[in-house]
Design a protein around this ligand. Structure first.
Ligand code: C2E
Ligand code: CA
Ligand code: CA
Ligand code: CA
Length: 277
């Protein structure tokens, strides 16, 4: 019984420390989102697997806090979700992305495809989201074709009907939508068929070491064919090795993203390395 009590005490201390840390992170993040200090957008290239040429890029947020240090999105995004900050964070990232697109346009730097931005369900479901997005684009004089929104498959399945209607509104505005982390969220074929997405991103867990994993090969091959039959583009995430790219190409998947091509990098570095005049 004593051991159990000790375990409970330890567990409770662990929980309260966890919550304390979360509260600290949330407070610091809230400040960062108002000043923009310590927050930096990175971009990761998306490429044509055959030629290695740029087709687009995904924006990924980085945060270095003066007190806490560097925190990865894997740690601060869940806190932002739990503490009601995620919609504010997403709006911040979207607006910064538009500013960057406007700047590149001024510098006559061309991105051959859309810039992809991650959007969480709480923002996606806000009544004024699509109107806000359009107003924001007009303010920065960004064309709808310059943007793609990524929404996770698991996010979509929280409220499938609502997600369908927002996706339809986005489609009418000409804003592209990609389903992120596909294969991890249990959507049905019937749902996918109705859903107005332009692109499906196959989750990296299926791509890692796919050349040595027959079950992943079967799943990925079938997914690629299904997605293309439904008239959508398909992109493989987390491509790290040449063997993975070769196999994906043989399955007819033409787009990829991953460390084999490039890690996410600060926007100025991305522009220098990847964008052309
Ligand atoms: P995600 O949207 O699935 O983004 C892909 C993640 O995989 C990124 O991690 C990226 O750096 C990493 N990655 C890319 N290629 C490879 C590879 O070849 N191998 C491996 N092992 N990893 C690779 P990151 O930047 O740490 O972001 C983690 C997650 O945090 C993202 O997953 C996304 O869900 C979320 N996130 C990041 N930035 C934002 C944002 O601005 N808004 C929202 N709502 N979520 C974001
Ligand atoms: Ca993503
Ligand atoms: Ca993903
Ligand atoms: Ca993910």
């Amino acid at each position: 019984a004593k051991a159990t009590t000790e375990a409970v005490v330890l567990y409770e201390r662990h929980m309260s420390e966890r919550i304390e840390r979360e509260v600290v992170i949330a407070g610091r993040l809230q400040d960062a989102l108002t000043t923009g200090e310590g927050l930096q957008l990175h971009a990761q290239p998306q490429v044509d697997l055959r030629s290695g040429r740029l087709t687009g890029a995904e924006i990924l947020l980085r945060w270095h806090d003066e007190l806490i240090g560097s925190i990865s999105p894997g740690d601060f995004i869940p806190v932002a979700e739990e503490r009601g900050l995620i919609a504010i964070l997403d709006r911040f990232v979207i607006e910064q992305s538009f500013k960057q697109l406007a700047l590149w346009r001024e510098q006559a730097l061309a991105l051959p495809g859309p810039l992809s931005v991650n959007v969480s369900m709480p923002l996606f479901e806000q009544d004024d989201f699509v109107d806000w997005l359009q107003a924001c684009m007009r303010r920065h004089q960004v064309d709808v074709s310059a943007l793609e929104l990524e929404i996770t498959e698991s996010g979509l399945m929280h409220n499938p009907a609502q997600a369908l209607s927002v996706a339809e509104r986005l489609r009418q505005c000409g804003i592209a939508l990609a389903i992120d982390d596909f294969g991890t969220g249990y959507s049905s074929l019937a749902y996918l068929k109705q859903f107005a997405a332009n692109k499906v991103k196959i989750d990296q867990s299926f791509i890692r070491n796919i050349d040595g994993d027959e079950r992943s090969q079967t799943i990925v091959k079938a997914t690629i064919h299904m997605v293309q039959e439904l008239g959508m583009k398909v992109l493989a995430e987390g491509v790290e090795r040449e063997q993975e790219a070769t196999l994906l190409l043989s399955y007819g998947c033409g787009l990829g993203q991953g460390y084999l091509y490039s890690k996410p990098m600060p926007l100025d570095e991305f522009a220098t390395r990847w964008l052309e005049h």
